[in-house]
Design a protein around this ligand. Structure first.
Ligand code: NAD
Ligand code: DAU
Length: 360
């Protein structure tokens, strides 16, 4: 039975990936999920699988070398899928240090522990072992020409502390591949959306604010463009890269689904009004009057757009969920999981929200 070590599996994409993998492989695989349970990690995201015999959760920080070494020593890990990171751009602007620590040092520690566990005496690596580093399209910077796209060959040009830390982590992975022939891949994906996303990110934040009659804070002119992908399609892409990708290669993942932020915000409002029953109390809060243009994000990247040509041609990956369907599915999920939203927005969340948005 193949054993996966997933880092950051209690977060948004990690938990969706674990759900996807159990749906696809059932009892054929074993998953060990290592997560520090920061504000973004939520065991409730994995409630329905926590009792499986082939699933283990370990609370540990990826910067804790001894803890990670112990996991490799006690388990014969075949695959690492490395999601754990600080992931929110606005937080990185306020406090870059933890981004460098987790994203750069944490990645290096994961790589080194895997290298130590997988390396043969002659410097080669045990058969079948693979490390997949989950990265972002933000490492490529911002596109100004509307005809331009991010390719795997696009030079790195990160701007925020978050994207700079992810770019650094990509370079550390590349260094391990080039120097040691360490068996790895990197994926650079565009903006994900779907269930279990923490409401600091655009789509769940707008859903939650609208349902509570709070203003919908659109940064700048609202015309920044992001390339949105349904999270399950990302999970599928990651699995296919590990199954069929060429070792040492980078694969961009994205679905040619570019939207301006203001289009997304309008669509969220329209979809909420379509899905909420007439007699639902929350309906009266929702409307376009809530849209409020606020001070722009510092260094705000204008446009991201992935060219997924390589993953399509080499691996046959295509997104399955079109945006119109995916956004409806997503909003329906948030409406049906009000408790989940209440739980993640209790505690420190409102303090974060007040701090982040008070001067905007
Ligand atoms: P997230 O913030 O929702 O989840 C991150 C998870 O990592 C949480 O469970 C958190 O507890 C855990 N974590 C954080 N620091 C840790 C540490 N030091 N040790 C162990 N665990 C730690 O993030 P996400 O949106 O699910 O993103 C996952 C990965 O995908 C990240 O590497 C991110 O850069 C990348 N990515 C995200 C997107 C996106 O649109 N969200 C797109 C492309 C790539
Ligand atoms: O492109 C992939 C990246 O997408 C990932 O690597 C990051 O982890 C992920 O957070 C995401 O980064 P963005 O900065 O693009 O996502 P965010 O949801 O924070 O913002 C999306 C856009 O919406 C961005 O242009 C900023 C804008 N925005 C965001 C928030 C939270 C607003 O206008 N208002 C808001 O309140």
């Amino acid at each position: 039975m193949r054993t996966y070590l997933v880092t950051g599996g209690a977060g948004f994409i990690g938990s969706n990936y674990i759900h996807y993998m159990f749906k696809k492989y059932g009892d054929e695989i074993r998953i060990i999920n290592v997560d520090a349970l920061t504000y973004a990690g939520n065991p409730a995201n994995l409630k329905d699988i926590e009792n499986r015999d082939n699933y283990t959760f370990i609370k540990a920080d990826i910067t804790d070398r001894a803890a990670i070494e112990k996991i490799f020593a006690e388990n014969d890990i075949d695959r690492v899928v490395h999601f754990a990171a600080e992931s929110h751009v606005d937080r990185s602007i306020e406090d870059p240090e933890i981004f460098v620590r987790t994203n750069v040092l944490g990645t290096q520690i994961m790589l080194n522990c895997a290298k130590k566990a997988w390396e043969n005496e002659d410097g080669s690596f045990k058969e079948g072992k693979k490390f997949l580093h989950v990265s972002t399209d933000e490492v490529y910077g911002s596109l100004s020409d509307p005809e331009d796209y991010f390719y795997e060959t696009t030079p790195y040009d990160p701007h925020s502390p978050y994207s700079a830390s992810k770019a650094s982590s990509d370079f550390i992975v590349k260094a391990y591949m080039d120097t040691y022939k360490f068996p790895a891949n990197i994926t650079n994906c565009s903006n994900n959306y779907g269930p279990y996303q923490f409401p600091e990110k655009l789509i769940p934040l707008m859903i939650n604010n609208a349902l509570n009659g709070r203003k919908l804070p659109v940064y700048g002119d609202g015309k920044n463009v992001r390339d949105w992908l349904y999270v399950e399609d990302h999970a599928k892409g990651i699995d296919l890269v590990q199954e069929k990708g060429r070792l040492f290669e980078t694969y961009n993942i994205g679905g040619h689904n570019e939207k301006q932020n203001i289009e997304i915000v309008n669509l969220v409002i329209e979809t909420l009004l379509e899905l909420l029953p007439e007699d639902d109390e929350r309906r009266k809060n929702v409307g376009k009057h809530l849209i409020t243009y606020v001070t722009d994000r510092k260094g705000h990247d204008r446009r991201y757009a992935i060219a997924p040509d390589k993953i399509r041609a080499e691996i046959g990956w295509e997104p399955e969920t079109m945006f119109a369907e995916g956004i409806k599915k997503t909003i329906k999920w948030y409406l049906e999981n009000e408790e989940w939203m209440k739980n993640v927005t209790s505690g420190d969340y409102m303090k974060y929200y007040e701090e982040m948005y008070k001067d905007r």
